[in-house]
Every structure is written in structure tokens, then in C-alpha cells.
Ligand binder design. Sequence first.
Ligand code: SAH
Length: 246
Amino acid sequence: MLDRFYCPEPPVDGRARLEGDEARHLIKVRRVVPGESVELFDGRGSAFRAEVVELGRDRVELAVVASLPTSRGPACSLTLATAVPKGDRFDWLVEKATELGVARLVPLVAERSVVDPRAAKLDRLRRAIVEASKQCRRDVLMELDRPTRWASLVGSSRESVRLVAHPGARGIAASGLRLGGASAILAIGPEGGFTEDEVNRAVEAGWVAVGLGRTILRVETAGLAGCSTLLALAEADSGSSETKGA
Ligand code: SAH
């Protein structure tokens, strides 16, 4: 399996160019030589096999050899709207959500929130999303939104399935949700939890409160446990096209 590199610029006349971090990685870490093949992906769903043509100081020119078939995305377009855990636990959450196939992550600001990531941190996390996508061979990058207030997200979300995780609510797998082909959003509160008022307002606006098990999970555990359950339910709902196609 060939190593992947992120090339957001579309190839021109069959030529692609890597610059900056990606080029330096190819030159200094991978020590590629002209003629070697790698894979390029643009983070929007297209991927190519390409051959190194020329190496500059921090620039690599490549010739596109073939378009690669795009991999099947998850069975449901899932947004994780989550309060931000402290320190590197948020970095970890962003990396793992990327691997799982979450389509979009919204950092949530709720009444009891204590962390509100700055723009510089979000830029660094976007770089981490690229790295995780390369490693897990994901073709479309996870979107990372700017921090959003829970109160405004409650009213503005348009996903067909809107869930707010709240300890004590009915279990997510027992909620009878139909997820195959749907768009869904799962909200996770801060360490202090959502206030009752925050949950009630969401339920009044059509959100469904769901439980994630009998123990109280940390923010990042709750997000990942909820997302992997929802993606598995969506996969089961979609009738497992893999077996049909086999
Ligand atoms: N003391 C808080 C716990 C917050 S845990 C309280 O009792 O509400 C942080 C967030 O993770 C919660 O707001 C919720 O969204 C989610 N969460 C953690 N454990 C959960 C569980 N067992 N069921 C549903 N949501 C859970």
C-alpha cells in the first residue's frame, strides 16, 4: 500500500505539486527519489496515484498516473457537536473522530463550558485532521467548525436526526433511530453536564435525549462511544451494501 500525501490543489495537465510540510515530509522523512510512486488525496473525495518527477528544496513535482476509486464513506453523515475537554484530550478526540468517519466536528460552548479553543489551536487541529486522514486513508477531511454556542446550535441545526447525550436518558441503541442515509448530529455537554434547562430547550426544539450507558463518561469518551454506536447503527440500517455487492 502506497503512502498518502495531502494535495488540496487539483492537478494541472496531469501534474501535481506538493509544497510546505507535505513536501518536506516526502523529501526529508520518506527520502523519495524521482520515479517513485505515492498516493495523493485532495481531502474532498478524489485520490490519485502519482510518480515523483522532480524534487526541489521544499517542493515536489509529480506526474499523475491514475485516478483511484473513491472509498465508500460512512452510512450516515454524522456531526459531533462537543464541549471541549481540557488540554490534549481535545486533540485526541479530534484525531479519533477523524478515524471513525465523523463528517463534521463543532466545538460547543455551553453554560458550564470551561474551555473555548482559540483560532490558533483550531488551525493546528486542522493539520492533525490531515495527518489522521492520511493514516486511516480517509478521502474526505473532517470539517472542523468554529466554536458555536449550544443555544444557537439547538435552533439552527437541520440534520434529520438530532441527539443530545444526557445521562439517565434512554439508551442510544434502544431509541429506534433510523440512520441509514440520514444526516445526524450528536451533542455532548461539558464536564459539568448540560443544565436541565439546556436539555429541555433542545427537546422542545425536536432534539432527542439519549443515554450512552450506565456510567458517567468523560466528554471525549462520550463523543467517541456515541459516534461509533451511531455509525454502526447506520451501517446496519443501510443493509450492509458490502455483502449485497459481494
Ligand atoms: N456531571 C455531568 C456529567 C457530564 S459528562 C452530568 O451528570 O450531567 C459530560 C457529557 O458527556 C454529558 O453532558 C453528556 O453529554 C455526556 N455523557 C457522559 N456520560 C453519559 C451517559 N452515560 N449517557 C449520556 N451522556 C453522557
